[in-house]
Design a protein around this ligand. Structure first.
Ligand code: SF4
Length: 259
């Protein structure tokens, strides 16, 4: 929309924080965006590492599982818990701030100004307005341009309508293939649209319960909220029941993972 002159000014650049664990179709879409024929500004791709590899390494004992995705936990008494999420901060928010510091020339460790010198646009739509958050640092001001459009902000369906009207493809949802923040409909989407991503998610789900795993957390870890192996989970019924996912609408990676 900025490229079409629909906002007061143009971003200098966009940033994609890559966890190394997106479905293939997300990387294909990203490559298209970066092809030079789509956006009049560059897309910087940065990464704090491969989150999928880090978790497999934690199972083998060669890495710690510090950057925890919110895996479900079956406690010893059978109750369900969930790990405290740390991956968004470690793999999304912190690397983005680091890249913005680099771009504006703010040296590592140097305190930023007390007033904003950067306007950071985040594409949160009206249906996920609860994801709106203040910037963690005073020198970055968060702006949500989609909420400024239409009378009460653009909804996801309005974004799709805009894209179709201008002849653009519908972007796939960006999220790690193993992210437990998924409704059953979204698990089905992964299974049906990214066979390799689905197989990788199953492999990671199994690895979490490998008897030789070096992960020392109490309880048994699962990707699916029903606390059964992913390939056995009933992911076929949410839409038929007219229900949303376990997490509810818009409950996702703090506005950072759904690019
Ligand atoms: S998509 Fe999920 S697993 Fe990946 S960084 Fe975001 S919350 Fe963590």
């Amino acid at each position: 929309m900025a490229a079409h002159g629909e906002f007061d000014h143009m971003p200098d650049l966009a940033i994609f924080a890559d966890t190394g664990a997106e479905p293939d179709v997300v990387y294909e879409h990203l490559n298209w965006l970066r092809s030079g024929n789509v956006l009049p500004f560059p897309v910087h791709v940065i990464s704090a590492g491969n989150l999928n590899d880090e978790i497999h390494a934690a199972v083998k004992g060669t890495s710690r599982i510090d950057a925890r995705p919110p895996f479900f936990v079956k406690n010893e008494d059978g109750t369900r818990g969930v790990l405290r999420r740390q991956c968004t901060g470690d793999f999304k928010i912190d690397p983005i701030i680091k890249e913005v510091r680099r771009v504006v020339g703010l040296a590592k460790g140097k305190k930023g100004p007390k007033a904003p010198i950067v306007e950071q646009w985040i594409g949160i739509s009206r249906d996920e307005i609860q994801r709106v958050a203040l910037s963690r640092v005073k020198w970055i001001h968060n702006r949500h341009p989609l909420l400024e459009k239409l009378e009460r902000g653009m909804r996801r369906v309005d974004c799709i309508a805009w894209l179709l009207k201008h002849g653009y493809p519908i972007p796939p949802k960006s999220a790690c293939i193993f992210c437990p923040f998924r409704s059953n409909a979204e698990w089905r989407w992964l299974r049906d649209n990214s066979p390799s991503g689905w197989q990788d998610a199953i492999a990671l789900d199994r690895a979490l319960r490998d008897p030789t795993s070096k992960i020392t957390l109490l309880g048994t870890l699962y990707l699916h909220h029903s606390l059964v192996p992913l390939e056995e989970a009933d992911i076929s019924t949410d839409e038929e029941r007219g229900q949303f996912g376990f997490w509810g609408v818009g409950e996702e990676c703090q506005g950072m993972c759904g690019v």
